[in-house]
Design a protein around this ligand. Structure first.
Ligand code: PLP
Length: 389
């Protein structure tokens, strides 16, 4: 198997697994219990909170663990809306956010809020000028993703948050794809609130967090016990949280080396694909993209067929977001960057990880070249448009 779908999810790192194991077996205490097992579990959560906070240079007491990125996104949007409704009911975001944001915004619209979804450029960027122009006196929140999950474009976060702050507006970023992959310093970047997820950085699935800057009195979304400082009720997922913390610590330690390695392999992959495969284009920015992300469109093929053929050769890839893999309509992200539907349908996302090797890239490029040639040879459009030229 060659796994090139790390943006969908990652395997749990052996170090993470080792850190989690006792919390799944012998150390079974509830962190709220008043005996040693409970105290131990609570101490383990405290340590994980410190490890997670360190990755974004945040204060540990401003990290609130959740069941993942989706919950963090839902929580931050709905609770900010509730908290600030007396000031205004207008929210600004973009048209290529993850559905965890987009569908929550739809829900808020159905409930009396107004949303501006900024269009993105050909490479997937929103500009500070666009944001400035969209701000209204009743704007209460700006939410722009840190890096896109399909095309890997990294937004100019510092410049965007500066615009929001000049107008006294809170700035949130969905950093699920960037967290643990590239450096993030919340204070330096002017981030008020940030969503992250454990399973994108070799931690377990079903765990994530919301960072909320000191001074923001965000209302809770789940009601019940006093866990997470009264911010997120429910018995803590101790193994998940410990695993997330361990994954954050490993990501921090290996970040520079991993970024360098992935960037080099990704650039090699992009160069090879564009050189060897005709009628191919790279989607997203050449420069400001996640180290492990490559997203291509191939004319005259269906991405879904390409995926099956790759799968038959033991190669895992995707056409876009894993969350919408069962949908047959073209990706909203590729539409947002202006791709016509036929090119959007012929897209392929290859996302590299810390264990991806050069040999694997060679195998994948060879496989792609062969599969595309075969698929195109039976494509009516290809034969009609290209071969008869
Ligand atoms: N936001 C982005 C940008 C994502 O890529 C994802 C998952 O792919 C999510 C949110 C949802 O995170 P989770 O799977 O932890 O719910």
């Amino acid at each position: 198997m060659i796994y090139l779908d790390h943006a969908a999810t990652t395997a749990v790192d052996p170090g993470v697994f080792a850190a989690m194991t006792p919390w799944l077996t012998s150390s079974c205490g509830n962190p709220s219990s008043a005996y040693d097992y409970g105290y131990d579990a609570r101490a383990a959560i405290t340590r994980a909170r410190e490890q997670t906070a360190a990755l974004i240079s945040a204060s540990p007491d401003r990290i609130f663990f959740t069941s993942g990125g989706t919950e963090a996104d839902n929580w931050v949007l709905c609770s900010t809306a509730r908290m600030s409704a007396s000031k205004g009911r207008h929210i600004i975001s973009t048209n290529m956010e993850h559905h965890a944001i987009l569908h929550t915004l739809d829900y808020l619209e159905e409930n009396g809020f107004e949303v501006t979804r900024l269009p993105v450029s050909e490479d997937g960027f929103v500009t500070p000028k666009q944001l400035e122009e969209a701000i209204r006196p009743d704007t209460i929140l700006v939410s722009v993703m840190f890096a896109n999950n399909e095309i890997g474009t990294i937004q100019p976060i510092r410049a965007l948050s500066a615009v929001a702050h000049r107008h006294g507006i809170l700035f949130h970023t969905d950093a699920v794809q960037a967290f643990g992959q590239i450096p993030i310093d919340v204070a330096e970047l002017g981030i008020d609130m940030l969503s992250a997820s454990s399973h994108k950085l070799y931690g377990p699935k079903g765990c994530g967090c919301l960072y909320v800057r000191e001074g923001i009195d965000l209302p809770p979304r789940l009601f019940g016990g006093a866990q997470e400082n009264g911010m997120r009720a429910g018995t803590e997922n101790v193994p998940g949280i410990v695993g997330f913390g361990a994954a954050a610590a490993i990501a921090m330690e290996q970040m520079t080396e991993t970024m360098e390695k992935e960037t080099k392999l990704r650039d090699f992959l992009i160069t090879q694909v564009l050189r060897r495969i005709p009628y191919a284009r790279l989607n997203g920015s050449h420069k400001n993209r996640l180290p492990g992300n490559a997203n291509f469109s191939f004319q005259f093929v269906e991405g879904s067929t390409l995926l099956i053929m790759l799968d038959m050769k033991g190669i895992c890839a995707s056409t876009g977001s894993a969350c919408t893999a069962s949908s047959s309509s073209p990706s909203h992200v590729l539409r947002a960057i202006g791709l016509p539907d036929d090119l959007a349908r012929g897209s392929l996302r290859l996302t590299l990880g810390r264990n991806t090797t050069e040999e694997e890239i060679h195998i994948v490029v060879d496989a792609l070249e062969e599969i595309l040639e075969n698929l195109r040879s039976v494509s009516e459009d290809y034969n009609r448009i290209i071969l008869r030229r």
